[in-house]
Design a protein around this ligand. Structure first.
Ligand SMILES: Nc1ncnc2c1ncn2[C@@H]1O[C@H](COP(=O)(O)OP(=O)(O)OP(=O)(O)O)[C@@H](O)[C@H]1O
Ligand SMILES: [Mg+2]
Length: 259
């Protein structure tokens, strides 16, 4: 499937930095990630400016989720470095990434606790905080998302798919992260909820200046949203460009946009 992109040289460091419009805020250098000894992502470079968003696209099994796993501390970093705002965060465990480095992660798989209420799910997002601070953060999240506030005492299991995704995002925001990692925000959602989720993300970027790294199977939606798009093929960077440029790139169209 990915033949036409296979034997191209990876975009170089200078080309990646040119996309950030300034000094990189999130910066990977020669990052290799895997599980145990199995290396899945090979020598990936990445540069992303503060408040920018980046979307990974690529075929199933390319290693897109593994990049996010490595960044958050769920997979093993086998080589290279990750810097955030100039600080080396490569080896920080997940809890410290969340509490100190301000990196939060919304997983690919449905991750709400169905038997807990909306409120309780939000409180879980603040498990690293003192109880009073977690409650205050929960109230802030509910004040921001009326759809959740209306159902705050209901079990999360009875929410619609779109509302559950919103709850997952709101829960990640409880820690007030600077960087939001989000894997497949549109997966399994009806079109109107896909639009809702992307509106929520656009609002977080515009109003809160969040830096967002996403993986999106829906390449059109992801690249329309993202400032920067990276195409990952077999664990390597095959193409990088502005989201809008990649959308217009015939190779991307043929492979990922069904055109
Ligand atoms: N926990 C794990 N332990 C071992 N191998 C894993 C683990 N998770 C993923 N892999 C392997 O890593 C490779 C890349 O998987 P990954 O989930 O990163 O791909 P992806 O690009 O996100 O694919 P998809 O589009 O299907 O979500 C696959 O070969 C997969 O089998
Ligand atoms: Mg994945």
């Amino acid at each position: 499937m990915a033949g036409p992109l296979d034997d191209r040289p990876a975009p170089g460091r200078a080309a990646l930095e040119a996309l950030t419009g300034g000094a990189p805020y999130l910066d990977f250098s020669n990052l290799s990630v895997g599980y145990g000894r199995a290396e899945i992502v090979h020598g990936l470079d990445l540069a992303l400016g503060r408040g920018q968003s980046l979307c990974f696209i690529g075929p199933n099994g390319a290693g897109k989720s593994t990049v996010l796993h490595g960044l958050f501390g769920f997979a093993d970093i086998l080589g290279g470095t990750v810097r955030l705002d100039g600080r080396d965060v490569t080896r920080l465990p997940s809890s410290r990434k969340l509490a100190e480095a301000g990196i939060a992660y919304v997983l690919q798989d449905n991750s709400v606790f169905p038997d807990l209420t909306v409120e309780e799910n939000l409180l879980m997002g603040g498990y690293l905080l003192p109880a009073a601070a977690a409650r205050a953060a929960m109230e802030r999240a509910l004040a921001r998302y009326d759809r959740l506030a209306k159902r705050r005492r209901e079990r999360a299991g009875v929410l619609s798919g779109g509302e559950r995704r919103l709850l997952e995002i709101a829960r990640a925001l409880v820690m007030e992260p600077a960087v939001l990692l989000i894997d497949e925000p549109s997966i399994g959602l009806e079109p109107r909820y896909i639009d809702l989720v992307f509106e929520v993300l656009a609002d977080l970027r515009a109003k809160d200046g969040k830096t967002i790294v996403m993986v999106e199977q829906n390449a059109k939606k992801g690249l329309e949203f993202a400032d920067i798009g990276y195409v990952l093929v077999a664990g390597r960077l095959a193409l990088a460009g502005r989201g809008s440029d990649l959308l217009a790139d015939p190779r991307v169209g043929r492979l990922f946009l069904g055109g």
